[in-house]
Design a protein. Structure first.
Length: 312
């Protein structure tokens, strides 16, 4: 797997080998090595209509973005400031509450920049864990990034980009999806356009997709239930894990499956054009224009029908 972003590759390495995977709920319960802490909240609403560009970047904490009013954006946060000196972190907490880290220019909203409080996410003696609940107009495109925490985005018509070093990602009913995760479970449902997912460690679950799909996990299973639309391409790759496809009856496609160590099960009416112990190729339907490519280092591949799908 080739990743151009070196810093992201380094974060994956750091997450997989140096961060313990024992914190089930990241939120404000995650501990730091700093002694004193102050907890507080802020809330801000701004009148603004879509189309809107939202950018959220924090070092630690959960990010939840969902559809709210089409005439405003509302941001709620519960946060903790950690540090060595209690008086210093009290001042910082008061500053965040009074003047939250929210920047708005034209139709672009940025949330999470702590530099104006003299808090640097890497080198400051003070650290902030910030949980965010954001309610945005439906015509909003979102970029979310957290080093340690979960990301949830729901019911927005725009594109969604999610980056997390360690944490789960859940995305439902959006325009398009681009996810990068060091470690964590990823679940994506109801996407109108293309989906791209890369994770170092973690399972990936898809349901009801309309566009092209590219999914890669170093360690984890991939499960996909959907119809594949005409002309679309699905590329699924797991270094260590199983790949399971549940396809609706109207799906028509060519397929190519390859596993280094594992078995391939194909339970659909179709034509097999090439079959070996580790490889299976063929087509389903008449003159299919869609294609499915599956590559697994170690794990099983299963392709079967699905009658449980309800298009949304």
């Amino acid at each position: 797997m080739r990743i151009k972003n070196l810093s992201f590759l380094m974060s994956i390495f750091f997450v997989l080998f140096f961060i313990p995977i024992s914190c089930e709920n990241f939120s404000l319960s995650c501990k730091t090595n700093l002694i004193a802490n102050v907890e507080d909240t802020f809330e801000k609403s701004v009148s603004i209509s879509g189309p809107l560009v939202l950018e959220v970047k924090i070092s630690q904490g959960n990010i939840n973005v969902t559809r709210g009013s089409d005439k405003e954006i509302k941001i709620r946060s519960k946060f903790k400031v950690f540090g060595m000196k209690e008086e210093d972190i009290k001042i910082s907490a008061e500053a965040i509450k009074k003047d939250p880290p929210i920047e708005i220019k034209d139709k672009k909203v940025k949330i999470g920049n702590l530099k104006k409080y003299n808090i640097d996410k890497w080198f400051s003696e003070k650290k902030v864990i910030m949980d965010l609940d954001i309610y945005a107009p439906v015509k909003t495109s979102v970029t979310t990034e957290t080093g340690l925490g979960n990301i949830t985005v729901m019911s927005l018509a725009g594109s969604v980009k999610a980056i997390t070093g360690l944490g789960s990602v859940k995305i439902e009913n959006v325009g398009s999806v681009d996810v990068k995760s060091g470690s964590g479970y990823i679940k994506i449902t109801g996407v109108a356009h293309d989906v791209n997912v890369i994770t170092g460690k973690g399972g990936i679950e898809f349901k009801i997709l309309q566009g092209n799909v590219s999914a890669r996990t170093g360690f984890g299973n991939i499960i996909l239930d959907s119809v594949i639309r005409a002309g679309k391409k699905w590329n699924l790759d797991s270094g260590l894990g199983n790949v399971e496809l549940g396809l609706s009856p109207e799906s028509s496609f060519t397929f190519s499956c390859l596993t280094g160590i594992g078995k391939i099960e194909f339970d659909l009416k179709g034509e097999i054009t090439n079959k070996t112990e580790r490889k299976l190729e063929g087509k389903v339907g008449t003159n299919p224009s869609a294609s499915i490519t599956i590559r697994v280092g170690k794990g099983d591949i299963s392709i079967h029908g699905s009658s449980s799908l309800i298009e949304i």
